[in-house]
Design a protein around this ligand. Structure first.
Ligand code: ATP
Ligand code: MG
Length: 138
């Protein structure tokens, strides 16, 4: 699944009504949306998704937040999709994110930072298959 990455429009951004603005920015940046749906994760599903962070102090807050409301999950295609999507998102901490990035514009804090993106091709494949079946990827 090279040149595919996985993204989430997190509950803070969906709640703020900026889902459409973020999707437009994704399209304008040249990504092709291969899969997209609105879901509301259970705490268990959020814990499974962020299992790599389970020993971190922020894990309980992170998984509670990610299961606090609906979010939009997406499979995105572009050449070099993983770094391209992380570039568009910006740094994890919105205060440190570059101008023009989604987290700079829409993120409120390290915890509530509007979007998620995979950090490697390997994790992109794992994360896409966590949320989408083959028939949902067009
Ligand atoms: P993401 O995986 O969501 O795309 P990231 O790869 O930039 O973000 P990670 O280190 O993977 O950052 O952390 C995952 C998520 O955990 C972050 O997006 C953020 O919401 C939360 N997080 C990370 N560090 C902290 C922290 N120090 N305090 C609170 N939340 C944090
Ligand atoms: Mg990460």
């Amino acid at each position: 699944m090279a040149d595919l990455t996985f993204g989430i429009i997190k509950p803070d951004a969906v709640k703020a009504g900026i889902t459409g603005s973020i999707i437009q920015r994704i399209i304008d940046d040249g990504f092709r949306i291969r899969a997209l749906k609105l879901i509301h994760m259970t705490l268990k599903q959020a814990q499974g998704f962020y299992a790599v962070h389970r020993e971190r102090p922020f894990f309980p807050g992170l998984t509670e937040f990610m299961s606090s409301g609906p979010c939009v999950v997406m499979a995105l295609e572009k050449t070099g999709a993983v770094p391209a999507w992380r570039n568009l998102m910006g740094a994890t901490d919105p205060a440190k994110a570059d101008q023009g990035t989604l987290r700079k514009e829409f993120g409120a804090s390290v915890g509530e930072n509007a979007v998620h993106g995979s950090d490697s091709d390997e994790n992109a494949a794992i994360e896409i298959s966590y949320f989408f079946s083959q028939i949902e990827i067009v």
